[in-house]
Each structure stands twice: as C-alpha cells, then as structure tokens.
Write a protein that binds this ligand. Sequence first.
Ligand code: AKB
Length: 340
Amino acid sequence: MRQSIILISGVNGEIGHGLVSSLYNQGIRNLIGIDLSTPDDFVQERTLDCLIGNILDHNLLDRINAQYQIEAIYHMAALLSTRAEFSPVIAHEVNVDGTLNLLDLAMEQAQSHGQSVKFFFPSSIAVYGIPTLEEKSSVGAISEDDYRHPQTMYGCNKLYCESLGDYYSHYYKRLSTTDTAGLVDFRSIRFPGIISAHTLPAGGTSDYAPEMIHAAAKGEHYSCFVREDATIPFMTMSDAIVAIEMLMAAPKDALTKMVYNVKAFNPSAGEFLSKVKSYYPEANIDFIIHDNRQSIIDSWPEDINDDQARADWGWSANHDLDKAFSEYLMPVIRSRYEHN
Ligand code: AKB
C-alpha cells in the first residue's frame, strides 16, 4: 500500500516555508516537498522527504505517482512577476506547464485511489490589469471578475492556470465516458503582496515593502524602486497561511467560487516607509524609481474586494498595518537581526 502524503511544490520558497511550519505545528507529519534547490534545515526537519528536482521533470513526477498516495497538493513553485519579465518563455514553462503537470498528477492520483485530491493554487493580484493610474485611483475595491487583463507574463500565467484548475475540476475529458468531475478539488486565492518576518521574497514586484523593513532592521541602505504614492494591497505571511488553511478546510458546498480575493491593508510605499521609520528612525531608505517595475505596480489594483471569501469561508485578516508591525513583523525581525 502506498504511503498517504501531502505534496508541496516550491517548498523552499517563502510561502512553502510558512506552510510547512504551520502544517507541522498542527501535527501533520506526512509532508513531501519538491524544490529546485536543497531545502534548508528548517524545512527538512519538518518534512518526511524533500525531492530536489523540477516540476517539469516527468520522470520525477512519475516516481512520486508510483510511490505515494497523494491527499492534497499545495503548488507553490512559480517564477514571480519581475523575474518572469526577464525570461517570459521560461516563466511560461514553469508557471503554466508546471501547474498542468501537477494538475495531471492530481487527476491520475484521484482516479487511482478513488478519492478527490485537493489542489491549492496561489494566484495573485497580478491577474488584474488597470489601464491608467486615474482609473486605478477612482475605481475602488475591485472584485474577482473585474479587470482581468494582466499586463505581465506572470499575471497571464496565473489567470490561465485558474482556468486550468476549473477545467480539471469540472470538465476534464468531458467526451470520454468516465465521470471525472470533482476528482480534482481546485481552490485558489489571489494574493496581494506578502510580507514575511522570516524570509525575503525573490523576483516579485511587490518586494519593495518586505525589502524596506528587512533592510532597515539590518541597518542597510535601501532604494525603493517605486514612487512614494505607489499603492497595492499587502498582507502578512502569517495571514496568508491562515487564508490557505481556512480555504482548504472549508466544506466544498460552502464555496461559491474556485478563486477568491483576500485583503488586509493597502499602504502607499511612503506610508509603509513611515511605519518602518516609526520603529527604525535611522532607516536609510530613498526612492529611485524603476519605471518599468513602477508600471507593473501601477497596473495592479489599489484595493480589492474580498466579500466573497468573508461570506463563504469566514475570512478576515488578523493583521492590519499596525498589528502587522507590532504583533508579527517586529517581534520576529528584532530577535532575528539583533542576534546576528
Ligand atoms: C509578485 O510581486 O510577483 C508577487 C505577487 C503580487 O504575486 N508577490
């Protein structure tokens, strides 16, 4: 009999770390990670095994398929928005083909063991594309069906993969006689920028906020690459993990959507800096605008409407901007950098 496991792709990344930590603290001991790089000790100590490899490698996925019985997949591996603009074709391969491979693995597994496989997919506010700054500031909080005109390769990839999730959940091989509806139970959240106290992001465009606070804590100079008035939604990593767990635990019949917005706070870069300075008055941070990265931020919404997540699975963020600093970021960041 195959061992029952939960599979996490991109386990060594930012959300991977947060997820492993939280699932392990709940007593879950059957986590298997995949990552391109060898995961750090924190991840290795909390997982049953970590496979070093690529989600594009069919031999690796075949081995996982043969060896394990998969209950759920958390598919975190991705190239983020800035990095994807430098290598759009590679980004498409990783973000789209990688997701397709894991959806296919979920379907094969569900067909072989006869139970549905839950599939979590982190989507992003990058699926939205607002044409002008005037419209961005006048439009208010935007809902899941609004403005789905991504301007980045990453946003295009995320939006398309949401549709693939819908296809695998509801319409997979609909011309065959086998009924596959519901075998893959796809659930997704469109995340805003995420700020972790423990790790730094790599290759995203919302990275300026976490980079600011970590640089200030380390006493390093930092040049923020967007204007002071640039505004998008953010949340803490701790709230992002809570959101994933709440959505994955929700009864299926309570869900009216496959993809949900969630939000917490939406400071401008200047407001975020003021908050950083209230803890680190000596912070050496200036603004040197990178026009192209700025244009990506300008296309993302200032605010999003998460009413449906609140109504369907009781979502509400624990951290507003003040609490994000006082209850989550500062206690961890202080002890982390003061001991180095
Ligand atoms: C990025 O900046 O690419 C990500 C995102 C908003 O999805 N953090």
